[in-house]
Design a protein around this ligand. Structure first.
Ligand code: GLU
Length: 472
């Protein structure tokens, strides 16, 4: 049995905009595939478009990948490899598999119009193909404007896409494609092909918007005698109306999701399920489970709708599952710096947040007791005298606690103090006194989070309110 080649995959994002959620999904699928096969995951920044590429966008891509935990094994920048691309262009010119083309824009337009008039699909006419190489070189030497074209054969080219099955294109319809601009600057299809081959890429996994590039790249590979890798074109991510995902419905930049307080585990799990589904019904999956289950062959062909509700659900789930310390560290980014958070505060509210940017509102009462109407202290038909009595009972019980008691101890002691009395009539006023809110975590959790001293202070404020009731 021949030994299998080590799997090597890559992503080649262009730093021409913020790291797009679609690119993040492509990165994630490549990473899962590499990790599942003990292969290598390469990052190659595709910055050949000098006008549109910006360092800040490269930074955004690196930040997004690191945030998702998609660690790469090798890093390249395409612009550092231009000399290599030029060498390979030279090889194609020498072997007459590519040629200089001097047709001007106007001439090309004219050729196009002629073909359209003949009812043909427009393509390059091949006019400069037959120029003698000496003459072409002489004109280049004289500074005549030119591009470089690949001689595309009049044959069909087919590849077996792992997701979509057999795909065939006809070279005869394509015409000779431009592989380098004026000045011999290699273009996308050419640079990608050379890099993928020299870096030993075994599987090219990318969005289906690149399908039409694939035959072009295969023709270049054939001309250079490179092995053809396997291809998998992933379905597009769609808006709810099934158009391609756009800002109109959803944020498209990964950093927007990070800023809104989506957590890594949730986005990871969610993105993994856009266009792919595990065998079973269980969708909540850890990264290790995803690596184990991920199967490129099970990626769906049709586009996959981006469901905001599903993402929110995953996020709420993972926030609830997080341990207090982890949540506390994440929360610090989302609340005022002066707030001193503790784990007990997080434990008490974790089930109520579906995004980290909701935490400020949920945690606020710990730091600023809201002003509440005195009537809120009454449970059902109670009168203020009973409220006062019960709050004093609780105050005494809290005073009897060891400092920094844990919730279960607080609960036990306070319930002992309630004794046979009605719980609601004691715990409701207590909870309102502590939180100032109609809805909040339970009183024992709040006492643990606030500490005994602050709890007593808040009960005293409630008692003070009762002395001058606003209702008459
Ligand atoms: N630079 C291309 C993009 O960002 C990637 C092309 C490829 O994966 O071959 O879409």
């Amino acid at each position: 049995m021949p030994s299998e080649k080590k799997v090597r995959v890559r992503i080649a994002p262009s730093p021409t905009g913020s790291f797009h959620i679609g690119n993040a999904r492509t990165a994630l699928f490549n990473w899962l595939f590499a990790r599942a096969h003990n292969g290598d995951f390469l990052l190659r920044i595709e910055d050949t478009d000098k006008e549109r590429s910006q360092k800040k966008f490269e930074g955004d891509i690196l930040y997004g990948l690191k945030w998702l935990g998609l660690d790469w094994d090798e890093f390249y920048r395409q612009s550092d490899r231009v000399e290599i691309h030029r060498d390979y262009l030279g090889k194609l010119l020498e072997s007459s598999k590519a040629y200089y083309c001097f047709c001007s824009k106007d001439e090309l337009e004219e050729q196009r119009q002629v073909m359209l008039a003949q009812g043909l699909a427009p393509k390059y006419s091949g006019k400069c193909r037959s120029l003698p190489p000496d003459e072409a070189l002489r004109r280049v030497g004289e500074g005549a404007p030119h591009v470089i074209r690949l001689k595309v054969p009049d044959t069909k080219v087919a590849f077996q896409d792992i997701v979509r099955g057999r795909i065939e294109f006809d070279g005869a319809l394509m015409g000779d494609i431009v592989i380098a601009k004026e000045g011999g600057e290699p273009l996308y299809n050419f640079a990608v092909t050379v890099d993928d081959a020299l870096l030993g890429i075994t599987h090219i996994i990318r969005g289906e918007d690149h399908i039409s590039n694939t035959p072009r790249q295969i023709f270049i590979m054939q001309a250079l005698g490179f092995d053809i890798p396997q291809f998998a074109h992933l379905p597009m991510i769609l808006n709810p109306d099934r158009s391609k995902i756009s800002k109109r419905y959803n944020s498209v930049a990964l950093t927007d999701y990070i800023k809104q307080g989506y957590v890594r585990e949730a986005l990871f799990n969610f993105l993994a399920l856009i266009g792919w589904h595990p065998k079973g019904d269980e969708e909540v999956m850890s990264i290790q489970e995803l690596i184990k289950e991920f199967d490129l062959k099970k990626v769906q062909k049709g586009g996959a709708v981006f469901s905001q509700e599903k993402l929110d659900w995953f996020n709420a789930h993972y926030i609830k599952e997080m341990d207090g310390r982890q949540l506390l560290a994440l929360a610090e980014e989302f609340v005022p710096k002066r707030w001193k958070l503790n784990e007990a505060m997080m434990d008490a509210i974790r089930g109520r947040a579906s995004r980290l940017d909701e935490l400020e509102n949920l945690l606020k009462f710990y730091f600023e007791l809201p002003d509440y109407p005195v009537d809120l202290l009454k449970w059902k038909e109670m009168n203020f005298g009973q409220v006062e009595l019960n709050l004093n009972k609780m105050k005494d019980a809290i005073n009897g606690l060891e400092p920094r008691s844990r919730r279960d101890v607080i609960e036990k002691k306070l319930l002992e103090a309630v004794g046979n009395g009605k719980r609601g009539e004691t715990l409701w006023p207590l909870r309102v006194a502590l939180s100032g809110q109609e809805n909040s975590p339970g009183p024992f959790e709040i006492i643990e989070a606030l500490g005994e001293k602050e709890s007593i202070r808040r009960i005293n404020l409630a008692l003070h309110k009762l002395e001058i009731p606003e209702t008459f």
